[in-house]
Design a protein. Structure first.
Length: 672
């Protein structure tokens, strides 16, 4: 029978109408409850949960992947002891900043309360009711034909799904926003075809199910445990039947059947009846047929068999399907968590998940701490990433106080965009940066000793004299001639640098503190850098906690060349969260940061790490410090510009940083 669309009346051959009593004029029929349209396991007396994993499957090594699979199989095994388990994968859509993105959502349902089982897993979960279930809760009527369905959807979600059905099925990213619908808008119509799995080879790989979402936005999996005695006898009977054929072609199957029987007897595995249904959605019948053909062609190439049974489409949408016997280990193909999506909708968008194509929306407030570490070699996109994050944070929190310590003067041209004032320390104005106004007196002694690289005898003298002084010039007058010789170039009153020690100043709400014109490695540069940081930190400590503060240190590796300055950075990282400080530390020389204990402590205290391309030496150091897998280390070496590995306590994401064309023009420091 060809899939030509009959006239829209209930008397059409091969047509059955069900609905939810939505009223006259909808053309959907009436008299059937919503519960008879959605899968049979998702009814009122069932527990439904949305679950989420933070693991990024393909970024782990084989051992870690195996651990994730084993835990997933343990969950299935524990959840099916009394009742069948329904798993639904749904490719939902998210509208963010006038773009629409695909987002994978995973639901499980059972007549048993699964919370005791879920509590012992690594998954985050929340219990939902039927009305919160996407897609199915929006079905208001179904018109069934021989080999497809016409679904009448409620306005809000139905319209959104209809508008993006083709792009979701093909895995592309639509760029138009979702239209707004009201209760007076006619219902949206979708075309659906449901396929059920009827055969699969033994060569499929873990997490194979994920690729089905390229064509089928909805995957339904019903898993029913086969009672132990029945499972053993069934496999024994199967082995006997295979042996009776005396066919050499079946020797491998006979051997596998025997191995499975022995594993069942030893209770090392379990046997399940599995029905897997895949739903293709489209805006019209032609599109439905084309997508269905692509799906079947792809499955045929993998020796996987799917059938859309005629006159069974509604029943299959409700969960009925061909049941295959599959042992527990083989259910690894159904592992759904290829990559988690960071969708913290109150945060800022950084880019796109390279694997799922979903947006990466990051909210600093849900982190264990507010420290951000950006590590990258030159030309990897470090500057663009940092400036994009900074400007979008300021858009999100317009009342945030902001202080940028800018050794190279890169941020000066963003002064107007950031709404900031620029203080260029190399103009040597009176700025009130006397270290005695910014540090404890003992810390001043150690700071000067570290920067001037004095011997221990001079350091000891500075520690003795500093507590008796109230400013830097008094210290210069009190030290011995020998000590004076070591520190005179740095501190003497006639030097240009000493001018910044004089006077007093108060920072604005947003400041770029620039050291443009200096050269990394000079003692005066390190002195200016740490004084600028200390001045900003003093200002931050004077502000109300409720106000967000953003502190940015670019090329911060210089601060880790000396113990006193490294300790100060570590202090900021440890206590910043209590003061509501978003602390962003950027460096193109991560090996210098990781080389000492304070740098490693910063690494540990940064709950958000953005790792762009690094050279092999730096990658080896980073990999060791952060326990990156070999696959992740290879990514860091081979990333193209703007690609990053983003790590938080809960996420490991492969991200493409996504500036707009205007942002890229403003932020890039590349000459090309």
């Amino acid at each position: 029978m060809k899939n030509q669309e009959p006239a829209l009346n209930s008397a059409s051959a091969g047509v059955r109408i069900v609905g939810t009593g939505v009223g006259a004029g909808t053309g959907t029929g009436a008299g059937i409850s919503r519960g008879s349209v959605i899968p049979s396991l998702l009814v009122k007396d069932h527990y439904i949960y949305e679950i989420k994993s933070f693991s990024n499957f393909y970024m782990h090594n084989e051992d870690r992947q195996q651990q994730l699979i084993v835990r997933f199989l343990q969950f299935i095994n524990s959840s099916t002891v009394l009742y069948p388990l329904q798993i639904i994968l749904y490719k939902d859509i998210l509208e963010y900043e006038q773009r629409i993105y695909p987002v994978l959502r995973v639901f499980v349902a059972s007549r048993e309360d699964l919370e005791p089982v879920l509590m012992n897993t690594e998954y985050k979960y929340r219990q939902v009711n039927i009305n919160e279930l996407p897609f199915f809760s929006s079905i208001r009527g179904v018109r069934e034909y021989a080999t497809y369905l016409r679904l009448f959807m409620s306005n809000a979600e139905g319209a959104s799904t209809a508008k993006n059905a083709e792009s979701l099925a093909e895995g592309t990213l639509p760029t138009t926003s979702t239209p707004t619908y009201t209760t007076s808008t006619p219902m949206t119509m979708l075309y659906a075809r449901v396929y059920t799995l009827t055969g699969l080879p033994s060569t499929l790989y873990p997490a194979w199910i994920y690729q089905l979402l390229q064509y089928c936005p909805i995957i339904m999996l019903k898993v029913t445990r086969v009672e132990y005695a029945t499972a053993v006898s069934s496999i024994l009977r199967l082995a006997g039947m295979l042996k009776a054929t005396q066919s050499r072609k079946l020797e491998l199957k006979i051997m596998k059947a025997e191995q499975l029987r022995e594993a069942l007897i030893r209770q090392e595995t379990a046997l399940f009846k599995v029905a897997l249904n895949a739903v293709v959605l489209a805006n019209d019948l032609k599109e439905l047929n084309n997508t269905g053909k692509r799906f079947k062609r792809n499955m045929k190439a993998q020796m996987v068999k799917f059938i859309a049974y005629p006159f069974k489409q509604l029943a299959m949408l409700q969960g009925e399907g061909k049941e295959l016997y599959i042992e527990l280990g083989s259910l690894a193909i159904a592992y759904p968590f290829i990559s988690s999506d960071m969708l913290e909708l109150e945060g800022v968008m950084l880019g796109e998940n390279i694997i799922t194509k979903a947006p990466v929306i990051w909210d600093y407030r849900v982190r264990d701490n507010y420290n951000i570490l950006i590590l990258a070699t030159s030309g990897a996109g470090k500057s663009v990433t940092a400036k994009l994050l900074l400007t979008r944070l300021l858009e999100r929190y317009p009342n945030a106080y902001t202080y940028v310590i800018d050794p190279q003067g890169e941020y000066e041209r963003l002064q107007r965009l950031l709404g900031a004032e620029t203080i260029r320390l190399t103009e040597y104005q009176e700025l009130g940066l006397d270290p005695f106004n910014l540090f404890d007196k003992t810390e001043v002694a150690d700071l000067i000793a570290d920067i001037a690289e004095v011997p221990d005898t001079v350091r000891k003298e500075l520690r003795v004299v500093a507590p008796t002084c109230s400013n830097i010039f008094e210290l210069m007058n009190k030290v011995s001639d020998n000590t004076f010789m070591y520190i005179r170039d740095l501190l003497q009153e006639e030097s240009p640098l000493s001018i910044v020690f004089k006077g007093s100043s108060r920072l604005a709400e947003r400041n770029i503190i620039s050291l443009k014109g200096t050269y990394a490695g000079e003692a005066k540069v390190t002195m200016l850098l740490v004084l600028a940081l200390a001045r900003a930190w003093k200002e931050i400590n004077s502000l109300p906690v409720a106000i967000p503060k953003i502190l940015v240190i670019d090329e911060g590796w210089m601060l880790f060349t000396m113990p006193s300055t490294a300790r100060f950075v570590n202090l900021i990282a440890r206590v910043g969260r209590k003061l509501n400080v978003i602390f962003m530390f950027i460096t193109q020389r991560p090996e210098d940061v990781i080389a000492n204990e304070y740098g490693r402590a910063l690494l540990d205290n940064a709950d958000t790490k953005i790792l762009l391309r690094n050279n092999e030496l730096a990658t080896a150091r980073i990999g060791e410090a952060l326990q990156l897998s070999r696959e992740e280390q290879n990514m860091l070496i081979n990333f193209i510009r703007g690609e990053a590995l983003m790590l938080t306590r809960e996420y490991r994401l492969r991200v493409q940083i996504k500036p707009s064309e205007e942002e890229l023009r403003l932020f890039s420091t590349s000459p090309v």
